[in-house]
Design a protein around this ligand. Structure first.
Ligand code: BTN
Length: 240
């Protein structure tokens, strides 16, 4: 297995970060590339956090040309595709999406996505999926789990195959029909829609009701005065 459709797959033993590694391939015109590494020595997460390597887990990055102004669509489609990949392995799995791009399994984080800008029009999508193990660090901002810990058996290679098929299909749907239908699918899997949430941006906190995402995939937070668009932040659930 070396390629998925038009995607060029490169598999490596150890890298700093697959997001950095793939930037070397962003010069080739129109080449869609996937890099998977068995381990990362400097895996990055969102908002300056790190992403810990656990043996047997999946770490990969994709590079594709995509308009920067529609980045929110790409984030949502990437996360939706991860959730659907897990459901493909187990249709009864309790999979939820946590804005902007986390995937929860039985209420714990099983996967995360880090989008970065590459050369020119290239966007890098870095994805970590906990296949067999998950970090149990007291400093984690959200509890984590793995597919195996929740009774779903797969390998990193098989999961990547499933993901690429689903992602490619959703990407085509996005190009052909726009974001509206994919947004509906995303919302169906969103955790705590219609409920109170807390958005944290550095030291700042905002509370409100999570009423949806807009046409650009910004989060919509209703407070007593208005519906506010949230462009960045971490979501926490106000379970009271
Ligand atoms: C997050 O939830 O904070 C995003 C985590 C993204 C981790 C992946 S692992 C593959 C790719 N390489 C990195 O350094 N980060 C992403």
């Amino acid at each position: 297995m070396n390629n998925f459709n038009e995607w060029n797959l490169i598999e490596l033993a150890e890298v700093g970060s697959t997001n950095d590694e793939i930037k070397k391939y962003c010069q080739q015109p129109k080449q869609k590339t996937v890099i998977r590494a068995n381990s990362q020595t400097a895996g990055r997460g969102r908002r300056g956090r790190s992403w810990i390597t656990k043996d047997g887990n999946l770490f990969f990055s994709l590079a594709l040309e995509f308009p920067l102004k529609n980045l929110g669509h790409l984030v949502s489609v990437s996360a939706l595709s991860l959730a659907l990949s897990i459901q493909k392995l187990n249709p009864a799995a309790d999979v939820k999406l946590k804005w902007p791009n986390d995937v929860l399994l039985n209420d714990a984080k099983v996967s995360g996505i880090l989008l970065e800008k590459g050369e020119g029009e290239y966007i890098i999508i870095g994805i970590g999926v906990n296949i067999v193990d998950s970090p149990k660090d007291s400093e984690l901002i959200y509890k984590s789990t793995s597919l195996a810990e929740e009774g779903i058996s797969s390998t990193r290679e098989d999961f990547l195959q499933i993901y690429m098929q689903i992602f490619e299909k959703n990407l085509l749907e996005l190009k052909e029909y726009g974001f509206a239908l994919l947004r509906e699918k995303w919302l169906k899997l969103a955790k705590n829609i219609g409920k109170n949430i807390i958005i944290k941006q550095n030291e700042k906190e905002e509370k409100g009701v999570f009423v949806g995402i807009d046409e650009n995939a910004n989060l919509l937070l209703q407070n007593p005065e208005k519906i506010k668009k949230i462009l960045v932040g971490d979501v926490f659930y106000d379970e009271k």
